[in-house]
Design a protein around this ligand. Structure first.
Ligand code: HEC
Length: 137
């Protein structure tokens, strides 16, 4: 190998090593843990899994909505660390939403997820209907 190839090889290795941890991890977690139900674009499945495209961002803007998002079974019981759940929700809000992110969007945090996710959510469907009414859907 010509001597000049080494710096480029080293750079490629650095980029490959750094990329998954920084940019791709929430997307991969979504594929592994959520996509089977929510589909690649978050649109879900009629009658079985709701679309998050019009709900996640509006729900995230008030306390009861955020609480719901962090406590639905798919989120609360995901085999992911609290910080990874927070990063995943923040990634979804930016990548799987038809509703643009408001300027004052508050990112989910690991401690917020930790405090919410272990409290089981009773009457998920009824609560969801009430929250939908609050966001005008
Ligand atoms: C087994 C299917 C399934 C899996 C897997 C799943 N979800 Fe869900 N998700 C649902 C259903 C169904 C709802 C509606 C609330 C309910 O009935 O639990 C929902 C609701 C939600 C909501 C609230 C949005 C709304 O409109 O209700 C969010 C956010 C969400 N899921 C994110 C996730 C994330 C993130 C993952 C992966 C870590 C995930 N879900 C995995 C089925 C699933």
């Amino acid at each position: 190998m010509p001597a000049g190839s080494w710096p480029r090889l080293a750079l490629a290795t650095l980029v490959l090593a750094a990329a998954p941890a920084i940019a791709y991890q929430p997307a991969v977690n979504f594929q592994l843990q959520c996509m089977g139900c929510h589909h690649a674009d978050g649109a879900g499945e009629d009658g079985r899994v709701p679309s998050v495209r019009g709900t996640l961002v509006p729900f995230s803007s008030f306390p009861e909505g955020r609480d719901f998002v962090m406590r639905v079974p798919g989120v609360a019981q995901a085999p992911l660390a609290d910080a990874d759940v927070a990063a995943l929700l923040n990634w979804m809000a930016r990548n799987l939403s038809d509703v643009p992110l408001p300027a004052d969007f508050a990112d989910y945090t690991a401690s917020e997820v930790a405090a919410a996710r272990h409290r089981p959510l009773p009457a998920v469907r009824t609560l969801r209907q009430q929250l939908l009414a609050r966001i005008g859907r």
